[in-house]
Ligand binder design. Structure first.
Ligand code: NOJ
Length: 517
């Protein structure tokens, strides 16, 4: 080779090497993660989830009565854009088509909830509605025909309005009798085929949103937490959660005494679980994280495992925290075969005992453990912004949360009953079908889940939220969590790229991601 050609070759070669090593360096910085189906046990559940009010529609059809959400959404101003669940995804009339889509996804379980007002329109003050029972029998039979296990939530936010009007629903201990009847009716009618039961979805979120902030029905709260005509934000969330725990435990006793021995299913509860990071790197910051976890999560799970609320809650709340009687402790303690975690995001926990200048007035009360939460520190967000207010993409939060659970409740079986992504409002248009960010979200959270399992977390299943776009409570149809897009005019369900991705992943795909979150 001529010396000139040799020189050109040498320069070109060194350039290549330097580009390549720069690329490798960047990749290493970002941490490459491989996630594949085979990293999870063969019998691991991969499912999708929905809930009755969010998808069914047919709000007064075939004997169904008005629920609290039917009434609430019809009050002008309560829901963004004045929307409601009267029609929702019209799943009531499209359920066979929807079950075909579940089959396409290849999921081995489908999480859905039972509308109380379809089954017992007047609670214990009326009869069981056979059309309601028939509807869920059809769903259960048809998913089973496709080899998909029904994973059934008994109560997911919607309750007969009559129970609200008669005695104030969850504020009264009378609800326990109604809930047990509802649960028993479900076990009797569906328990021969349903092997996974969830009693109540997210008692911790509902108690806070409905009775502290007054954002959900029945809109009860007191200043400075919110602007309601009635309520007591310090006391009522605690009473409501207490009634939910006892109602849950009584329903579990009925199941275990009368149905489980023959039907052989398992039963648990679902709680919403945020992960918390330190806001300040001092001892107070560390303690704030402990308190935030205790007041938001252990609040529900400690009684179910250990028979009482966390000691730190007793310390700060004092006598306003309800007590369990000796009989109730016996009922509640050990009343779960598993706990479901709905996990989406993480926050920084601000210490309001010593750094109170960082706390907004409404958040640092005893009922929140003198902590507030924020999604950014020093102006830097904790992760990519999502469409749900305050939510960010923080995959490692999944791992840390599961480490916390595994340390505090070492033998507890866990399902991730919800995990999902909604694009910020301004991205909705462009993100409609090519939802790369949703795919990246699930990949990164699954990688963190798999890591937590290798570190000891006893997780048995994962449900993507949501199967399809649906009525997202206060935000109506402005927020989309769905693997399927639903055209609201035609009711056509259109698979997003994420639906394709999930089905390929479940069918043993191997996905290599470079985590950029
Ligand atoms: C949890 C709730 O269970 C579900 O109903 C809701 O749609 C999702 N979070 C997203 O906000």
């Amino acid at each position: 080779m001529q010396p000139k050609a040799l020189l050109i070759f040498f320069i070109f070669f060194s350039l290549l090497i330097s580009i390549h090593s720069k690329y490798i360096h960047e990749v290493e910085d970002k941490e490459e993660v491989v996630i594949k189906r085979s990293m999870f046990p063969d019998n691991f559940i991969f499912g999708v989830g929905t809930s009755a009010y969010q998808i069914e529609g047919a709000y007064l059809e075939d004997g169904k009565s008005l629920s609290n959400w039917d009434v609430f959404t019809h009050v002008p101003g309560n829901i963004e854009s004045g929307e409601n669940g009267d029609v929702a995804d019209d799943h009531y009339h499209h359920y066979m088509e929807d079950i075909q889509k579940l089959e396409y996804l290849g999921v081995n379980a489908y999480r859905f909830s039972i509308s109380w007002t379809r089954i017992l329109p007047r609670g214990r003050f009326g009869e069981t509605n056979p059309s309601g029972v028939l509807f869920y029998n059809n769903i259960i039979d048809n998913v089973l025909l496709k080899g998909i296990q029904p994973f059934v939530t008994i109560h997911h936010n919607d309750i007969p309005q009559e129970l609200e009007d008669r005695y104030g629903s969850w504020l009264s201990s009378e609800i326990q009798e109604d809930f047990v009847l509802f649960a028993k009716t479900c076990f009797e009618n569906f328990g021969d085929r349903v092997k996974y039961w969830v009693t109540i979805n997210e008692p911790n979120i509902n108690a806070i949103l409905a009775y502290m902030e007054g954002a959900f029905p029945p809109r009860r709260c007191s200043a400075p937490f919110g602007n309601c005509s009635v309520g007591n934000s310090n006391m009522e969330p605690l009473i409501v959660a207490h009634n939910m725990l006892i109602s849950h435990a009584k329903a579990v006793k009925v199941y275990r005494d009368q149905f489980q021995p023959k039907q052989g299913g398992s039963i648990g509860i679902v709680v919403h679980a945020f992960h918390y990071e330190r806001y300040t790197d001092d001892e107070w910051g560390f303690q704030a994280v402990e308190r935030a976890y205790a007041f938001n999560l252990a609040w529900l799970i400690d009684p179910l495992i250990y028979g009482d609320y966390p000691a730190i809650m007793r310390k700060y709340i004092g006598k306003e925290l309800p007590n369990f009687s000796i009989e109730e402790v016996k009922l509640v303690k050990g009343s779960v075969d598993f706990v479901g975690l709905n996990h989406y995001t993480s926050f920084y926990a601000i210490d309001c005992l010593h750094h109170s200048t960082d706390c907004t007035p409404s958040e640092h009360r005893p009922v929140k453990g003198f902590t507030a939460r924020t999604g950014s520190r020093d102006g830097i967000p904790i992760g990519d912004e999502m469409g749900m207010f305050g939510f960010h993409v923080v995959p490692h939060g999944m791992e840390k949360l599961l480490n916390y659970i595994n340390m505090r409740y070492p033998n507890l079986s866990i399902y991730i009953t919800e995990n999902g992504y909604c694009p910020p409002y301004y991205q909705v248009g462009t993100q409609m079908l090519s939802d790369f960010k949703r795919i990246k979200y699930h990949e990164a959270y699954l990688a963190a889940l798999s890591k937590a399992m290798r570190e000891g977390a006893k997780v048995k299943g994962y449900f993507a939220w949501s199967f399809m776009d649906n009525f997202e409570w206060l935000q109506g149809y402005n927020i989309s969590f769905g693997l399927y897009f639903v055209d609201r005019k035609t009711m056509e369900r259109i698979p997003r790229l994420s639906a394709k991705w999930y089905s390929e992943f479940i069918a043993n795909g191997e996905i290599s991601i470079i985590s950029s979150f």
